[in-house]
Design a protein around this ligand. Structure first.
Ligand code: OOG
Ligand code: NI
Length: 332
């Protein structure tokens, strides 16, 4: 239907969702995230105190269950309505996940704006390939998503409120999905039998913001090099995800990423059992200037001159920021 506006021409004043409303929703998602996760909160405060107050987000990330409309699309619709454009698909067959990233509309930052009021971030949404899980795990996921089939329509609302759209699960169901053992030696032996820590995370965190990512190259101080930033954070005793090495580098060398290990939060299951569950983490991304723009003077370099998108090899390791093996690692 040619009378339908495409997502590409819905930015600016013609967007279906107004910018101030859109940014308020992002701000509310961020508030939920900062209230639950002391590490991202203190990292942001620390970086702001050293670097100055105008910090930019590279991207926001969310997780979903790829089943009955509960997957990527359930959350993507909010971003599409504000003029975001779907970009590349990333596949993670071993983790039984797929992801899609969305590029922001061409909207300028609020003058002096930082974080959600700065340049709009990219969005990274992944989904669990539920039909590839064991039947017991599928049964748990179906039980909760089927019992509240309309919940998927309110994904963005759920994220902004910090409330699940389905009922809280039983602690045994969380364990079925995560299947991790308390003893580190058993974790290692149990590796092959592990179901999906991603599934367990999503069952109890739902659409809550999984992480925000600081745009490292847009910082003003010497922290604008990711190696410096990692070193600075480790000196301050922050525990970084070490899976495959702390610094994740794309094969083309242009996208450098690192992240903290997720915080844990105490969660009361529907059977009354309270357990510590993994919550969210914060990520850091440095995007280098593309080889074809090597001669552009530094003062004229824009975000569009830099390596865009995501990288399967980096992302595969970053997912593990909420996994038990990283959480139980000794700091340092
Ligand atoms: C997302 C992990 C991947 C990136 O920037 O590549 C990622 C997740 O943990 O849900 O954030
Ligand atoms: Ni990320």
């Amino acid at each position: 239907d040619s009378s339908m506006p495409s997502n590409n021409d819905t930015h600016g004043s013609s967007s279906k969702v107004a910018e101030s409303f859109f940014r308020s929703v992002l701000g509310q998602m961020e508030t939920v995230y900062l209230n639950r996760n002391p590490t991202p909160k203190s990292v942001l405060e620390l970086v702001r105190s050293v670097d100055g107050h105008q910090l930019c987000y590279d991207h926001l990330a969310f997780r979903t269950f790829g089943i009955r409309g509960y997957g990527i699309d359930s959350l993507a619709s909010f971003f599409l309505d504000y003029g975001y454009t779907p970009m590349d698909e990333l596949k993670f067959p071993a983790k039984k996940l797929r992801a899609l990233w969305f590029s922001p509309p061409d909207v300028s930052a609020i003058p002096g704006g930082s974080g959600v009021n700065g340049p709009l971030p990219r969005v990274f949404i992944s989904e669990l390939l539920v039909d590839q899980m064991s039947s017991q795990t599928q049964d748990v996921i179906k039980k909760y998503t089927q019992a509240s089939p309309n919940g998927k329509k309110y994904a963005a609302l759920s994220s902004a409120l910090g409330t699940l759209t389905w009922e809280k699960p039983l602690s045994s169901e969380f364990e079925q999905l995560a299947r991790y053992m308390a003893l580190i030696i058993l974790v290692l032996i149990d590796q092959g039998r592990k179901e999906s820590e991603y599934a367990a995370w999503t069952l109890v965190n739902g659409y809550a913001l999984n992480h925000v990512t600081i745009s490292v190259h847009r910082l003003k101080s010497t922290l604008n090099k990711i190696k410096k930033l990692n070193q600075f954070l480790e000196e301050k005793s922050f525990k970084l995800n070490s899976e495959g090495g702390v610094l994740k580098v794309s094969p083309d060398g242009g996208l450098l990423q690192s992240s903290t290990v997720a915080d844990s939060i105490s969660f009361k299951f529907s059977d009354g059992v309270t357990k510590s569950i993994p919550c969210s983490y914060i990520e850091f991304a440095e995007r280098l200037v593309l080889p074809k723009y090597q001669n552009v003077p530094e003062s004229e370099i824009r975000e569009s001159h830099r390596r865009d998108g995501f990288e399967v090899g980096n992302a595969d390791k970053i997912f593990e920021s909420t996994f038990q093996e990283q959480l139980s690692r000794r700091a340092g």
